[in-house]
Design a protein around this ligand. Structure first.
Ligand SMILES: Cc1cc2nc3c(=O)[nH]c(=O)nc-3n(C[C@H](O)[C@H](O)[C@H](O)COP(=O)(O)OP(=O)(O)OC[C@H]3O[C@@H](n4cnc5c(N)ncnc54)[C@H](O)[C@@H]3O)c2cc1C
Length: 380
């Protein structure tokens, strides 16, 4: 049976995140967009109210959410501010490799530390010459006795400068290339880490991204996740779990842009009647509402497919991220167009949504890369 009604637990999660967003994210969204700083006050409140570390198991201080529950939570965060929401979700991105490959001692140690510090982690995969092409990674982690010595260069790493630790992907045997890619937890205060100032960017300005250079950074071998050479698999399996969240954040932002434009158009009188009554505007709003419903159906399907262990779950995750971020970009653009001068003004948040959602088409694999994943899957 296909049933789109949420159960009591799911409704409670949705309400909890909606309430948190209304009290903490919406009132701070414009402030951090203008400041372009990490919103620590919101993250501390999120810890206090149990809004952090959604998918981390309960025994390690998280909420133990399924992907479907995570999708409901992320839509609400996105409805407040994707920039603030991604600070929370990028922490999940960095902790997911531990969920997949860490042993119990490592989970206790690293999840314990994040919870104790009420901090965030960062996922360090991308390099100057390895963006879409993860197999081009050149950073190295060479074993010397009971340590790895890390050298290399990462960029665009969300949360890096505020993180407790980085989940770093590096080659343990450069001669074997990406077959030796490995995932290693690196405390951010390790000597030899050079953190460049965070990048200035178009949208999602409440989140921070840094370039990082590793100069002979030493970490104990006990920080290796899984075994040497499992890094590529861990990175890809991480995205299977997290891409849905990127789609959900975009969906929440699209919902808000649409509702703002709908309400504005219902009240704005030109030529003697509300402009929503002009058929061309009414049809735009109809298309926006329809694409949001379709995106939500796909995001939910992808989440449930993952939770049920469907063989095609990774394809559905790619579809959900691709479709939800593409329609969010179009909805935001149309919302600004409907609201015209007011849409372009900072008096409303639709201009911010338009800047913010662009990034959901880019990170965790560009939408071209999602199409590659989907096309490979459907040709198989
Ligand atoms: C704000 C922000 C936050 C980020 N956060 C993180 C993070 O926390 N951790 C992390 O590791 N990374 C992060 N990233 C990196 C992000 O995932 C990459 O930017 C993204 O994967 C694209 O890589 P690139 O920018 O190097 O573009 P490139 O890979 O150089 O791509 C350039 C263009 O070529 C297209 N292209 C590339 N290959 C193909 C192909 N085979 N077929 C068709 N088209 C192709 C791309 O779609 C794109 O349009 C972040 C990026 C940004 C901007």
């Amino acid at each position: 049976m296909v049933d789109f009604r949420l159960d009591e637990r799911q409704i409670a999660i949705q309400e909890k995140y909606r309430d948190f967003t209304n009290r903490w994210i919406i009132p701070n969204a414009r402030k951090y967009d203008l400041l372009a700083e990490f919103p620590w006050e919101v993250v501390k409140a999120a810890y206090k109210e149990g809004v952090m570390n959604g998918p981390i198991p309960k025994q390690f201080g998280g909420n133990g959410y399924s992907l479907m529950e995570g999708a409901l939570a992320a839509e609400e965060l996105g409805a407040g501010c994707i920039g603030i929401g991604i600070g929370i979700e990028a922490n999940t991105l960095a902790l997911t490799p531990l969920l997949l490959a860490a042993n119990e001692e490592q989970q206790k140690r690293f999840y314990g530390r994040i919870n104790e510090e009420q901090g965030v982690a960062a996922y360090a995969l991308t390099e100057p010459n390895a963006g879409s092409d993860v197999q081009g990674i050149k950073s190295t982690a060479i074993r010397k006795g009971d340590k790895y010595i890390i050298n290399g260069h990462k960029r665009f790493i969300t949360n890096a400068e505020v993180s407790t630790f980085l989940t770093v992907f590096a080659l343990t045997d450069p001669d074997r290339g990406s077959r030796s890619l490995s995932a290693i937890v690196v405390p951010t205060n390790s000597p030899g880490i050079e953190m460049k100032p965070h990048m200035l960017k178009m949208g999602q300005r409440a989140s921070v991204q840094n370039e990082i250079i590793f100069h002979d950074v030493e970490v104990p071998v006990s920080n290796l996740l899984g075994s040497e050479g499992q890094g590529f698999l861990i990175a890809m399996k991480t995205f299977d779990r997290t891409r849905n969240g990127v789609g959900s954040l975009a969906l929440g932002a699209a919902r808000v842009a649409y509702e703002t434009a709908r309400d504005w158009a219902s009240n704005r009188i030109q030529f003697g009647k509300p402009i929503a009554q002009q058929q061309v505007i009414g049809f735009m709003l109809a298309d926006m509402a329809t694409s949001i419903e379709a995106a939500r159906a796909l995001v939910w399907k992808a989440a449930v497919a993952f939770d049920q262990g469907d063989k095609k779950a990774s394809m559905y995750s790619a579809m959900a991220k691709l479709y939800a971020s593409d329609i969010a970009m179009k909805v935001a653009n149309d919302a600004v167009q409907i609201m015209a001068g007011d849409g372009y003004s900072q008096d409303y948040l639709v201009e911010k949504v338009m800047r913010d959602v662009k990034l959901n088409q880019i990170y965790e694999g560009t939408n071209q890369v999602q199409r590659l994943v989907i096309s490979k899957s459907i040709m198989r």
